[in-house]
Design a protein around this ligand. Structure first.
Ligand code: COA
Length: 144
Protein backbone atom coordinates (compact mmCIF):
# COMPACT_ATOMS: atom_id res chain seq x y z
CA UNK A 1 0.00 0.00 0.00
CA UNK A 2 1.29 3.47 -0.89
CA UNK A 3 1.66 5.95 1.93
CA UNK A 4 3.80 8.93 2.89
CA UNK A 5 5.14 9.91 6.27
CA UNK A 6 4.51 13.59 6.95
CA UNK A 7 4.52 15.97 9.92
CA UNK A 8 1.28 16.03 11.86
CA UNK A 9 -0.98 18.84 10.70
CA UNK A 10 -3.66 19.76 13.22
CA UNK A 11 -6.21 20.87 10.61
CA UNK A 12 -5.78 17.84 8.38
CA UNK A 13 -5.02 15.01 10.76
CA UNK A 14 -6.42 15.70 14.24
CA UNK A 15 -9.77 13.89 13.97
CA UNK A 16 -8.30 10.85 12.25
CA UNK A 17 -5.48 10.56 14.80
CA UNK A 18 -7.98 10.74 17.67
CA UNK A 19 -10.02 7.98 16.03
CA UNK A 20 -6.95 5.79 15.48
CA UNK A 21 -5.60 6.21 19.02
CA UNK A 22 -9.01 5.63 20.58
CA UNK A 23 -9.36 2.47 18.51
CA UNK A 24 -5.83 1.14 19.07
CA UNK A 25 -5.00 2.24 22.63
CA UNK A 26 -8.46 2.43 24.26
CA UNK A 27 -7.28 5.03 26.79
CA UNK A 28 -8.43 4.83 30.37
CA UNK A 29 -6.68 7.71 32.14
CA UNK A 30 -7.41 11.41 31.67
CA UNK A 31 -3.76 12.26 31.05
CA UNK A 32 -3.80 10.11 27.91
CA UNK A 33 -6.85 11.76 26.41
CA UNK A 34 -5.94 12.08 22.70
CA UNK A 35 -7.17 15.68 22.42
CA UNK A 36 -5.05 16.75 25.39
CA UNK A 37 -2.01 14.83 24.09
CA UNK A 38 -2.27 16.52 20.68
CA UNK A 39 -2.83 19.96 22.18
CA UNK A 40 0.21 19.61 24.47
CA UNK A 41 2.43 18.34 21.66
CA UNK A 42 1.34 21.14 19.33
CA UNK A 43 2.22 23.66 22.06
CA UNK A 44 5.81 22.39 22.07
CA UNK A 45 6.12 22.79 18.25
CA UNK A 46 9.19 20.59 17.91
CA UNK A 47 8.15 19.02 14.59
CA UNK A 48 8.58 15.52 16.01
CA UNK A 49 5.06 14.20 15.54
CA UNK A 50 4.45 12.26 12.33
CA UNK A 51 1.62 10.47 10.58
CA UNK A 52 1.60 7.88 7.82
CA UNK A 53 -0.92 9.05 5.26
CA UNK A 54 -2.43 7.16 2.34
CA UNK A 55 -4.44 8.70 -0.48
CA UNK A 56 -7.08 5.99 -0.08
CA UNK A 57 -7.31 5.58 3.71
CA UNK A 58 -6.10 8.92 5.10
CA UNK A 59 -4.12 8.58 8.35
CA UNK A 60 -2.97 4.95 8.72
CA UNK A 61 -0.33 5.36 11.41
CA UNK A 62 1.30 7.70 13.91
CA UNK A 63 4.50 8.14 15.85
CA UNK A 64 5.19 10.90 18.35
CA UNK A 65 8.77 11.58 19.46
CA UNK A 66 10.48 13.94 21.82
CA UNK A 67 14.08 15.05 22.37
CA UNK A 68 14.97 16.79 25.62
CA UNK A 69 18.69 17.31 24.94
CA UNK A 70 19.61 14.06 26.67
CA UNK A 71 17.45 11.23 25.36
CA UNK A 72 15.03 10.75 22.53
CA UNK A 73 11.69 9.20 23.37
CA UNK A 74 9.16 7.46 21.16
CA UNK A 75 5.47 7.48 22.01
CA UNK A 76 2.15 6.61 20.42
CA UNK A 77 3.37 4.35 17.65
CA UNK A 78 0.17 3.00 16.13
CA UNK A 79 -0.99 1.51 12.84
CA UNK A 80 -4.61 1.03 11.72
CA UNK A 81 -5.47 -2.55 12.80
CA UNK A 82 -6.57 -3.71 9.33
CA UNK A 83 -3.31 -2.46 7.84
CA UNK A 84 -0.84 -3.86 10.38
CA UNK A 85 1.98 -6.27 9.37
CA UNK A 86 2.55 -4.50 6.07
CA UNK A 87 5.64 -2.54 7.11
CA UNK A 88 3.95 0.75 8.10
CA UNK A 89 5.09 0.56 11.74
CA UNK A 90 8.66 -0.18 10.73
CA UNK A 91 8.76 2.78 8.32
CA UNK A 92 7.31 5.09 10.97
CA UNK A 93 10.00 3.99 13.43
CA UNK A 94 12.79 4.49 10.88
CA UNK A 95 11.42 7.97 10.17
CA UNK A 96 11.26 8.76 13.90
CA UNK A 97 14.82 7.52 14.41
CA UNK A 98 16.12 9.74 11.59
CA UNK A 99 14.34 12.77 13.02
CA UNK A 100 15.79 12.13 16.49
CA UNK A 101 19.24 11.47 15.06
CA UNK A 102 19.06 14.78 13.19
CA UNK A 103 18.22 16.51 16.48
CA UNK A 104 21.55 15.29 17.93
CA UNK A 105 20.06 12.51 20.01
CA UNK A 106 22.46 9.70 21.00
CA UNK A 107 19.98 7.23 22.53
CA UNK A 108 16.32 6.46 22.03
CA UNK A 109 14.09 5.14 24.81
CA UNK A 110 10.57 3.84 24.73
CA UNK A 111 8.19 2.15 27.12
CA UNK A 112 5.95 -0.84 26.52
CA UNK A 113 3.30 -2.35 28.76
CA UNK A 114 4.88 -5.37 30.45
CA UNK A 115 2.47 -7.92 28.98
CA UNK A 116 2.61 -6.63 25.39
CA UNK A 117 4.81 -9.43 24.02
CA UNK A 118 3.83 -8.80 20.42
CA UNK A 119 5.06 -5.22 20.49
CA UNK A 120 8.26 -6.28 22.27
CA UNK A 121 8.98 -8.62 19.33
CA UNK A 122 8.32 -5.79 16.90
CA UNK A 123 10.81 -3.46 18.64
CA UNK A 124 13.39 -6.25 18.99
CA UNK A 125 13.22 -6.75 15.22
CA UNK A 126 14.26 -3.07 14.93
CA UNK A 127 17.27 -3.48 17.26
CA UNK A 128 15.76 -2.37 20.59
CA UNK A 129 16.72 -4.32 23.70
CA UNK A 130 15.15 -4.65 27.13
CA UNK A 131 17.00 -2.63 29.76
CA UNK A 132 16.96 -3.32 33.50
CA UNK A 133 14.96 -0.34 34.67
CA UNK A 134 11.81 0.26 36.62
CA UNK A 135 9.62 2.89 35.05
CA UNK A 136 8.28 5.42 37.55
CA UNK A 137 5.96 8.36 37.03
CA UNK A 138 3.95 11.03 38.79
CA UNK A 139 0.98 12.97 37.49
CA UNK A 140 0.73 16.78 37.58
CA UNK A 141 -3.07 17.23 37.82
CA UNK A 142 -2.82 21.05 37.63
CA UNK A 143 -1.79 20.79 33.95
CA UNK A 144 -4.48 18.38 32.80
C1 COA B 1 3.29 -2.20 16.95
C2 COA B 1 2.75 -1.78 15.59
C3 COA B 1 2.88 -0.27 15.47
C4 COA B 1 3.59 -2.45 14.50
O1 COA B 1 3.22 -1.92 13.24
P1 COA B 1 3.09 -2.87 11.95
O2 COA B 1 2.86 -1.97 10.79
O3 COA B 1 2.08 -3.91 12.22
O4 COA B 1 4.54 -3.57 11.91
P2 COA B 1 5.41 -3.87 10.62
O5 COA B 1 4.54 -4.54 9.61
O6 COA B 1 6.10 -2.63 10.18
O7 COA B 1 6.49 -4.87 11.21
C5 COA B 1 7.85 -4.48 11.22
C6 COA B 1 8.72 -5.63 11.55
O8 COA B 1 8.44 -6.15 12.84
C7 COA B 1 8.24 -7.56 12.76
N1 COA B 1 7.15 -7.89 13.63
C8 COA B 1 5.97 -7.26 13.73
N2 COA B 1 5.19 -7.85 14.66
C9 COA B 1 5.92 -8.90 15.11
C10 COA B 1 5.70 -9.94 16.04
N3 COA B 1 4.55 -10.03 16.69
N4 COA B 1 6.67 -10.82 16.25
C11 COA B 1 7.83 -10.75 15.59
N5 COA B 1 8.11 -9.82 14.70
C12 COA B 1 7.18 -8.91 14.47
C13 COA B 1 7.86 -7.85 11.34
O9 COA B 1 8.35 -9.13 10.99
C14 COA B 1 8.54 -6.76 10.55
O10 COA B 1 9.85 -7.13 10.17
P3 COA B 1 10.19 -7.29 8.61
O11 COA B 1 9.80 -5.99 7.95
O12 COA B 1 11.66 -7.54 8.60
O13 COA B 1 9.35 -8.43 8.15
C15 COA B 1 1.27 -2.20 15.40
O14 COA B 1 1.18 -3.58 15.59
C16 COA B 1 0.31 -1.49 16.33
O15 COA B 1 -0.22 -0.42 16.02
N6 COA B 1 0.02 -2.12 17.50
C17 COA B 1 -0.94 -1.57 18.46
C18 COA B 1 -0.45 -0.31 19.14
C19 COA B 1 0.76 -0.55 20.01
O16 COA B 1 0.78 -1.45 20.82
N7 COA B 1 1.79 0.32 19.82
C20 COA B 1 3.03 0.27 20.55
C21 COA B 1 2.96 1.14 21.74
S1 COA B 1 4.39 0.90 22.74
Amino acid sequence: MDFNIVRFNNKLHKDQVIELWTNVFGYESARNDPRLAIEKKEAVSDGLFFVAESAVHGVVGTVMCGYDGHRGWVYSLAVTPDLQSQGIGKKLMIHAEHALKNSGCIKINLQILEDNEKVQMFYRSLGYTTEKRISMGKEIPENM
